[in-house]
Design a protein around this ligand. Structure first.
Ligand code: HEC
Ligand code: HEC
Length: 403
């Protein structure tokens, strides 16, 4: 019982941080009040609003394409482990597959076309760069360099986030400037420091390749199958299949006690009680809402470069200076280096920086390493993707432009 009370207070504290950050609505406040009750864990698990739902309702531009149900909560509540019930309600698991987007079933032909486009270098002006260049599916969907390198060996301004499980994010990019994956996919193709192409040249290229014309007609029957919009929609459909179920954390949530060891369990408890979960919640452990990087203490300029004001560039609102989306933390052990600046290679160090910057709390080495150990249990089964054989160019296919 004592354990249970402590946890109830922890949830209250966590929700309080969320409210204090100004990103939740009345629902979360109600949940916080409810959480003072020693039975809060069970209540929350039984479907009371969680910080996640409150935050999503209050702070995110553009609803995510996937409902954020904390599916296994009911099952977890039943087994009487309050930490498990809390975690199930706050986070949830990654489903085995995603079958629909914005209420429409995924179309197999679109997924298949999207897989080819994902690996298609002719989407780039140089015919050398693919989506997979910077989001390698062999390395957790990231490129593992501080900032991405694109057209002409130019350095982009930010670290490439993983797109594994990105379908569960409420908005895309470090600053949330794209509402969904289809809107997002148009960005890198055109960005001069990424693929440096134009929608017109992309369409001209694909229309010059007979097999692509067939595949687009099958995937998007109708007026003008080969279009930049449909390129983005196919990529989105493929990306929706890139989810990572079955992590040790998920196994534990679903009832396997042996899936987490003592340290990892303590790490999870610290993640909840010290307030990390107030910003990193939902089944992706983040990606739902925005917070200043440096709520309590601004990190140094090497980690938070002054020139990148984050969400301010999207909203032009002074209070959004240095505001970023709380990073999704699934598979985080695979996606170093960390933060939008990509300046921190060590997960323990990233955790410690979060402690001082976001919580005003010096985590000792023991605590930081327990939390990092817990975060490593969020690595799921990586999608196995067959490398596509791409159709040959024709004589009318535009030639690559030298980098
Ligand atoms: C040159 C490297 C590069 C290439 C090529 C590239 N990306 Fe990205 N990608 C990035 C970077 C860097 C970001 C973060 C940019 C930002 O937030 O401002 C990003 C962000 C994303 C995100 C958002 C993930 C999240 O959690 O917010 C998705 C999804 C994504 N890219 C998909 C794609 C697709 C699809 C393609 C191919 C059409 C692609 N990327 C090509 C570097 C790249
Ligand atoms: C007030 C909200 C808030 C709190 C509390 C918070 N974070 Fe974060 N976290 C963020 C934001 C925002 C970012 C993105 C920072 C950036 O722009 O690089 C982030 C980034 C991260 C990253 C880097 C992920 C990546 O892919 O680069 C890790 C790891 C992380 N947080 C872990 C934690 C841990 C552990 C705690 C608790 C000790 C915590 N966070 C507390 C908001 C928060």
């Amino acid at each position: 019982m004592q354990n249970r009370t402590r946890l109830g207070m922890a949830i209250a504290a966590t929700l309080f941080v969320a409210v204090a950050c100004g990103k939740t609505d009345g629902e979360a406040a109600t949940a916080a009040a409810a959480a003072q009750d020693a039975d809060a864990a069970a209540t929350a698990a039984a479907g009371a609003p969680t910080a996640q739902e409150g935050a999503a309702a209050g702070g995110v531009a553009g609803a995510g394409p996937i409902a954020q149900a904390a599916d296994p909560a009911g099952a977890a509540a039943a087994d009487g482990d309050p930490l498990r019930a809390t975690a199930a309600a706050m986070f949830g698991t990654i489903p085995e597959s995603v079958d629909e987007l914005r209420g429409q079933p995924l179309v197999a032909e679109q997924v298949e076309l999207g897989r080819m486009l994902w690996f298609e270098p002719r989407l780039s002006r140089s015919h050398l760069i693919t989506c997979n260049t910077c989001h390698s599916l062999g390395t957790g969907g990231a490129d593992n360099v501080p900032v991405s390198i694109g057209h002409g060996w130019q350095k982009g301004p930010r670290n490439s986030p993983t797109m594994l499980n990105a379908v569960f994010n409420a908005a895309q990019f470090w600053d949330g400037r794209a509402a969904d994956l289809a809107e997002q996919a148009k960005g890198p193709v055109q960005a001069s420091v990424e693929m440096n192409n134009t929608p017109e040249l992309v369409v001209e290229t694909l229309e010059s390749i007979p097999r692509y014309v067939e595949l687009f007609s099958e995937a998007f029957p109708g007026e003008k199958p080969v279009s930049f919009d449909n390129v983005a929609r196919a990529l989105e459909a493929f990306e929706a299949t890139l989810v990572t179920p079955g992590s040790r954390f998920d196994q534990w949530i679903l009832g396997d006690d042996s899936a987490l060891d003592e340290t990892e369990r303590r790490g999870l408890e610290l993640f909840v009680t010290s307030g990390c979960a107030s910003c990193h919640n939902g089944r992706n452990f983040g990606g739902q809402t925005y917070f200043p990087f440096g709520v309590l203490e601004r990190p140094g300029a090497e980690i938070l470069p002054e020139g990148d004001k984050g969400r301010f560039a999207v909203t032009q609102t002074a209070s959004d200076e240095y505001v970023f989306r709380s990073s999704p933390l699934r598979n985080v052990e695979l996606t170093a280096p960390y933060f939008h600046s990509g300046q921190v290679w060590d997960l323990e160090q990233a955790v410690a920086i979060m402690g001082t910057a976001q919580l005003g709390r010096e985590l000792d080495d023991d605590e930081a390493s327990a939390i990092a150990a817990f975060l490593r249990t969020l690595t799921g089964r990586q999608p196995v993707v067959e490398y596509p054989i791409l159709p040959p160019s024709s004589p009318t296919t535009p030639k690559p432009v030298a980098m």
